[in-house]
Design a protein around this ligand. Structure first.
Ligand SMILES: Cc1cc2nc3c(=O)[nH]c(=O)nc-3n(C[C@H](O)[C@H](O)[C@H](O)COP(=O)(O)O)c2cc1C
Length: 205
């Protein structure tokens, strides 16, 4: 009787070890998704859109890049080298399996924050963005959802060699009203677009 109990306990212990190992393996093999917001605002709609995109992407190690970088200045670069914050960003891009970039529209173009980050990235050794599966999107207050900035973003990311994963454009218009108080996206049409775009991104890895 005692021996039977011992065997049963051993079986349970073995099953727990197998399940824990499976869970650890799943976590370790999850892709890394890096999100880059062209707005630094705490309450940014672009940041909220990126969080919704990460959710639509499915299981992943999600890393939010910090684009609060010094302004690009050739003197700074030649006197002090590439700033640590830019090197960190470069390492995060290299380590990521996929990127999602979202920019606000400022006066019909991408934000200065976004352009500055792209300019710094282009100065890093090793072409860190080359071949990286990337989805681009915009969220803005205007009726066109930042469409002009979206095409400028495509324009500015292209020389960096990213593998832009195309699909129906996600340009969230009147963006502030599309998220609830918790920051969650409430618009079902945009949610379904995001799901399509994120599944295509996942498939491109
Ligand atoms: C300097 C500036 C320029 C702007 N220009 C535009 C514009 O051209 N088109 C537009 O739709 N919204 C424009 N906006 C409004 C932004 O879309 C809005 O502030 C948006 O919420 C910014 O994104 P965020 O919430 O992620 O910071 C502008 C805002 C600022 C501060």
């Amino acid at each position: 009787m005692c021996a039977l109990l011992q065997v049963a306990l051993e079986n349970i212990r073995a099953q727990i070890i197998v399940r824990t190992t499976q869970r650890m393996n799943t976590a370790m093999t999850q892709p890394t998704l890096l999100t880059l917001s062209g707005s630094l605002r705490h309450d940014s709609v672009n940041r909220k859109l990126l969080r919704a995109a990460a959710q639509a992407f499915g299981p992943a190690n999600v890393v939010e890049a910090d684009l609060n970088l010094p302004l690009f200045n050739g003197d700074l670069e030649s006197d002090q080298g590439i700033p640590d914050a830019v090197r960190t960003l470069g390492d995060q891009i290299k380590a990521a399996d996929a990127l999602v970039i979202s920019s606000p529209e400022y006066n019909k173009g991408i934000s200065g924050v976004m352009k500055n980050a792209l300019d710094w990235i282009s100065r890093l050794d090793g072409a860190v963005m080359t071949g990286k599966p990337t989805v681009l999107m915009t969220a803005a207050a205007g009726r066109a959802g930042g469409e002009a900035a979206y095409y400028m973003l495509i324009h500015c990311v292209t020389p960096l060699g990213a593998q832009i994963v195309n699909g129906p454009a996600v340009n969230v218009a009147g963006a502030a009203k599309e998220f609830d108080d918790s920051g969650a996206l409430t618009n079902e049409f945009i949610t379904s677009l995001l799901e399509k775009r994120m599944q295509a991104l996942r498939a491109a890895i």
